[in-house]
Design a protein around this ligand. Structure first.
Ligand code: GLN
Length: 322
């Protein structure tokens, strides 16, 4: 019985992926980071893992890609885990902006200069400066070890992408200098840039991304190792931020029409956390993590095929949170 259900879910997923692939042509690979431009815009692959062991994969599933802005979720989680939520929120707010991810203009408007949320670049650069450790290397290493607890291996950093970004990060440096000026960045600007850009360059595959989404969906508790990686309170805060700010200046529409906490990156990755009430299978108690990769992105910075696929999954399988 369960295997019949499983096969039909797999068949449906394959069809949804085929259909969503048509949307790859309406996007393009990120051109402002030279190393990302080289990706194949026609790729689309997805992985879903449930807390009860169901595993689904479809499309182009074998690629590694950099986390880019998806890393913002975990640097925020790790900063809260090590410093406590209250302290972190003194440096970064949790208010959506509706502006582009790299927008600079609101920083001067917000008195006294606290970045609006940790999912935009300004907030994430601040958070990078709050991570534990003295040198940029220590901070990055600490976060990589945190990832190891979630995915079972220490991910590597794609140095090609890192160098590519390091050389072209004028706008991010401008944000960092402004944050330093207003007192919302600890330590030096170049150190914070190094940490922030290395975290963006962490490389994973869709299975690992789905695993990370699953731990979030499962409130910080790793469903297989049974380790509480971060608290339920932090998981809930991170998922709220994903729902309200996770898809850049498309977050409101994504929440309205897809309705699940998700975070995208300009590499074309999207991670989503599907709560237990969702009806993917008849088992109403399973929660799901989703990892997908489709490097053709739209003007907001979201994978065009990825957003189309998540919309379809949400409608057909009734995944909505609200
Ligand atoms: N490294 C990218 C940047 O800072 C991350 C942005 C993103 O994924 N939206 O520009």
């Amino acid at each position: 019985n369960e295997s019949i259900e499983f096969i039909s879910i797999q068949e449906q997923l394959d069809q949804f992926v085929l259909d969503a692939k048509k949307n790859t042509t309406s996007g393009a690979t990120a051109s402002y980071i030279p190393a990302l431009k080289k990706a194949n815009p026609e790729h689309l692959g997805i992985c879903l893992i449930s807390s009860q062991g169901t595993f689904l994969k479809s499309g182009d599933t074998d690629h590694c890609f950099t986390l880019q802005s998806i890393s913002k979720v975990f640097s925020f989680i790790f900063a809260c885990h090590t410093r406590g939520i209250d302290e972190v929120l003194q440096y970064v707010d949790v208010e959506p902006t509706g502006d582009a991810f790299n927008s600079i203009f609101r920083l001067e408007l917000s008195h006294p200069g606290r970045p609006f949320n940790p999912m935009i670049n300004a907030g994430a650069i601040t958070v990078a400066s709050l991570l534990p450790g003295h040198s940029p290397l220590d901070k990055v290493e600490a976060l990589l070890s945190f990832f190891e607890k979630m995915i079972g291996r220490k991910p590597s950093i794609n140095m090609d992408v890192f160098h590519s970004e390091w050389q072209t990060a004028n706008r991010n440096r401008a944000l960092a200098y402004w944050l330093k000026e207003t007192g919302f960045l600890l330590g030096g600007v170049e150190d914070a840039m190094e940490v922030y850009l290395k975290l963006c360059s962490i490389e994973v595959n869709i299975v690992e991304l789905a695993q990370m989404g699953l731990i979030l969906a499962h409130d910080g508790l790793h469903p297989y190792t049974n380790e509480q990686i971060f608290s339920m309170e932090i998981a809930s805060l991170a998922k709220t931020l994903m729902l309200t700010c996770g898809m850049y200046d498309y977050s409101g529409r994504f929440a309205a029409f897809v309705g699940i906490p998700a975070k995208s990156g300009v590499s074309g990755g999207i991670m989503a956390a599907i709560p237990p009430s969702a009806r993917v299978t008849n088992n109403r108690f399973a929660c799901w993590g989703v990892g997908l990769y489709g490097p053709a992105i739209d003007k907001h910075g979201n994978s065009t095929a990825g957003v189309a696929l998540l919309k379809r999954l949400s409608q057909e399988w009734d995944l909505r949170l609200i």
